[in-house]
Design a protein around this ligand. Structure first.
Ligand SMILES: *Cc1c(COP(=O)(O)O)cnc(C)c1O
Length: 384
């Protein structure tokens, strides 16, 4: 008998015993500010839908219009017959907005990151990643042909010590870190690179939220990396991703990135909707203004409470210490109708288990007030 059965059973039992087994939750209106489960309503503080586009009626209409124009699926991979006018328009829109020569589309951010690291890096290269980079980047780096080293989070001095002018090097950081909500020191990182390194920025949580017209972390920092990864599952309210780069790398990825060559192109209707989302992100500055207002209110209400962390982004970690305390408080918040996620080791360092609270443009000041009051109460009545 193959070992699969015992292996699966053992892994699941281990998870269970560590208290780390996770399960899918069936939610109603899961992409809205007020979600529900079994008749109970919750204010959603867990989504990455920062601008509130995932449930936007105008964006849904654009997707429907795309379906009328283009039908359902793309029918093939991009280099066969899957690449339509809708895909080309999306690529051009992204290039113009974000200031790059080429955009190459992917089905997800996870596959875009794999495609980038697998295709660009060769044996003998050095890959330097921020220690807190997303799992997709870490996994791709480990599986790539390059030697991977991790530098301490946002530590440019450590990065500088790891750089080696003799070796072809790719430095990869996120623009905004997903668990901490803090920003990479992009200007300093770019200045430290030297002449034998490229910089790739994964701006999954920055694009749409930061910078003029929502152009993201790099625009806000005044830098232009060689490679910019944007994903469409967060502020865009949809799904998919793009790698932005110069014409030569764009052509290279088009030819050689296996996730691009051998994978069905995204439905043209989705590309059409994404172009519409890019337009809304640029023109509807009120969504970013609203986030800034809510963020200031969050700061004002909670900055004196132990565990508060100030961030310039809609991601608000609230550090509670032990995994047990984080779970306890997350569950008390949930009982009070506030849906948020406890993030525990090994996702975050031991002793820094936290709530990950995210704000969106669809929250109201009353939502923030209610959440802050309840959180304050929970923190005061639950000690380490
Ligand atoms: C969400 C995320 C991804 C993965 O993107 P998907 O489109 O969800 O696959 C990649 N990088 C970062 C930093 C992310 O937060």
């Amino acid at each position: 008998m193959p070992a699969f059965n015992s292996r699966i059973h053992q892994a699941l039992a281990d998870r269970e015993q560590q208290g780390l087994r996770r399960s899918l939750q069936v939610l109603e209106r899961s992409n809205q500010t007020l979600l529900a489960q079994r008749g109970q309503r919750y204010i959603n503080f867990s989504s990455n839908d920062y601008l509130g586009l995932a449930s936007d009626a105008a964006l849904a209409h654009a997707w429907q219009q795309g379906l009328s124009l283009y039908g359902c699926g793309s029918g093939a991979s991009p280099l066969v017959t899957g690449f339509s006018e809708a895909h080309q328009t999306l690529e051009r829109t992204l290039c113009e907005w974000l200031g790059f020569e080429r955009a190459v589309l992917f089905g997800s951010g996870f596959s875009a990151n794999q495609a980038l690291l697998f295709t660009l890096l060769q044996k003998g290269d050095l890959l330097l990643q921020d220690k807190l980079n997303h799992a997709s980047l870490m996994e791709a780096g480990l599986l790539s042909s390059a030697q991977m080293k991790r530098f301490q989070h946002n530590d440019v001095a450590h990065l500088t010590r790891l750089l080696n002018e003799q070796v072809t090097t790719l430095v990869v950081t996120e623009g905004v870190f997903s668990m901490d909500g803090d920003q990479a020191p992009l200007t300093d990182i770019q200045a430290a690179l030297g002449s034998n390194a490229w910089l790739a920025v994964d701006d999954a949580h920055g694009v749409g939220v930061l910078g003029e017209r929502g152009a993201g972390s790099c625009q806000a920092a005044g830098i232009k990396p060689q490679v910019l990864v944007v994903t469409f599952g967060k502020a865009f309210g949809l799904s998919g991703a793009a790698i932005l780069c110069d014409a030569a790398l764009g052509d290279y990825l088009t030819q050689f990135a296996r996730h691009h060559v051998y994978s069905t192109a995204m439905p043209p209707a989705q590309a059409h909707a994404l172009t519409h989302a890019a337009g809304m992100i640029q023109s509807e500055a009120w969504r970013r203004d609203k986030l800034a207002e809510l963020s200031a209110l969050y700061h004002e209400l909670l900055c004196d409470v132990p565990g508060f962390v100030a961030t310039q982004t809609p991601i608000k970690p609230f550090v509670l210490g032990s995994a047990q305390r984080a779970l306890h408080i997350a569950s008390a918040m949930r009982d009070a109708g506030l849906w948020m996620t406890a993030i525990r080791p090994p996702t975050v360092p031991s002793g820094s288990a936290r709530l990950r609270i995210t704000l969106t443009a669809h929250h109201t000041p009353q939502h923030i007030q209610q959440m802050a009051d309840t959180l304050k109460q929970c923190v005061e009545t639950s000690h380490e």
